[in-house]
Write a protein of this length. Sequence first.
Length: 202
Amino acid sequence: MKREIVVASANPGKLREFSQLFSGWQIRILPQSEFAVPAVAETGTSFTENALLKARHGARHARRPVIADDSGIEVDVLNGEPGIYSARYAGEGATDAENLALLLRNIESTGTRQPAARFRCVIAYVRDADDSEPLVAQGVWEGYIADKPAGNNGFGYDPVFHVPGHGCTSAELPPPVKNAVSHRGKALRNLVELMKEAKALE
């Protein structure tokens, strides 16, 4: 019988990635929407704080173990922006296209072409809302910002994140390849190792 773990996200792209990355385990990934989990304000000042905040909030409502991630893109020439504000860079409720357009405009204003950037992801796992020993893992993916968007396989900033060694953007990578090298893939594999050690995958 598969164990159920709730993912504290409404993003279909993230849900697909988590399901694919956990496909080798006896785990059933469920979206928090199945439990009518209300939205929570991401008031943390770091990826780690926001991931834990979302995980505990989800567990409180779903009454199941929860995985939550907070991730974003950091662009060196923009002093690390958008960072933790990646999903709402162009304002609350902004679309991926609006966030992406603002990022490219801000980079263009610096006069820098193809600036160094990285995706950063922190994933938190809590057994319940009051878990005193949450598991927290991180993954980082280095690259640079391409001159223009390309590819349809990703979401968010994937169309402009050029992946060194692959000669294309993240959105042009086949999903299995992306999962093998992405920030979220790295963070989740790190989390799986932590879950093994904590016997959370037995």
